[in-house]
Design a protein around this ligand. Structure first.
Ligand code: FE2
Length: 277
């Protein structure tokens, strides 16, 4: 027996500024949706005005979670103090496990044109917050594409019901990250693990889901169940379908650090300031 997931909450992304002055839309990590365990933050950036993005995200630390950057348009360079250096191009991803501490920069590798993409923060359990930092990147060619009638699915992580598997494996939160494009008036359905929290975020076009209409920059938090069913509107749609296993642990966050207790946050600042990252 399947249980179709309903819409539990609808959230619209709100304008925010981060880094050295990058204009973006904060979808998770804002007052109406501070987190959706294990997801701590979702930012969308989309601009063809260099003033909105050129300042980038100069050198800054992270501890206690993972950052996932997915780019649709433009080029972005990542560099970190573990020696990783790479340029992400359209359709590519960077998956960074900050673990016990990493210092990185994320800067646009372009001076004009469109920059469009997303950054998602995924929490790590207490047992792995102080793990060794890790970094992997996959270009568009390394992201499997599944085709169904009127439907194209890019599988960044997790496995679809038809067996297409993304290149990133993270058993701690078992994330599913799909980029789905639907032609006009197309039905989409997919099984989702009952254990996972899940959401749909509309990149463009419109969707109808559980008798709600969702448009660009809207996110639907899905209720419990094991099945998702939705339809695109007359102009088609592109959306992210993201799900992960909740950790159910206390979350204490401050800026670039996400830990379980306030003491651990203070320790993170002390360790960073004393150059231990
Ligand atoms: Fe960062």
């Amino acid at each position: 027996m399947t249980t179709v997931r309903k819409v539990e909450q609808l959230v619209t992304g709100m304008p925010a500024t981060d880094g050295a002055g990058v204009e973006l839309v904060r979808v998770i990590g804002q007052p109406r949706l501070m987190e959706l365990d294990p997801f701590l933050l979702l930012d969308a950036f989309r601009s063809d005005n260099p003033d909105d993005y050129i300042a980038g995200f100069p050198s800054h630390p992270h501890r206690g979670f993972e950052t996932v950057t997915y780019l649709l348009n433009g080029r972005m360079r990542h560099q970190d103090n573990a020696g990783n250096d790479g340029v992400i191009e359209p359709g590519g991803i960077q998956w960074m496990t900050a673990g016990r501490g990493i210092v990185h920069s994320e800067m646009p590798e372009q001076e004009d044109g469109m920059l469009e993409g997303f950054q998602l923060w995924i929490n790590l359990p207490a047992s792995h917050k102080m793990t060794e930092p890790g970094y992997q990147e996959h270009s568009a060619a390394g992201i499997p594409v599944e085709s169904r009638p009127g439907t194209v699915i890019r599988v960044i992580t997790g496995e679809t019901s038809q067996g297409t598997k993304g290149p990133v494996n993270q058993p701690l939160t078992a994330p599913i990250y799909l980029d789905v494009t639907l032609e006009a008036n197309t039905e989409f359905s997919e099984t989702l693990p009952e254990s996972h929290n899940a959401f749909v975020y509309v990149i463009k076009g419109s969707l109808s889901l559980d008798s709600n209409k969702l448009t660009r920059d809207q996110l639907a938090v899905l209720g419990s169940g094991d099945f998702l069913k939705l339809d695109s509107g007359d102009e088609g749609a592109r959306f992210l379908l993201i799900a992960g296993k909740p950790l159910g642990e206390p979350v204490q966050r401050a800026g670039p650090f996400v830990m379980n207790t306030r003491e651990e946050l203070q320790q993170a600042y002390a360790d960073y300031q004393s150059g231990q990252f």
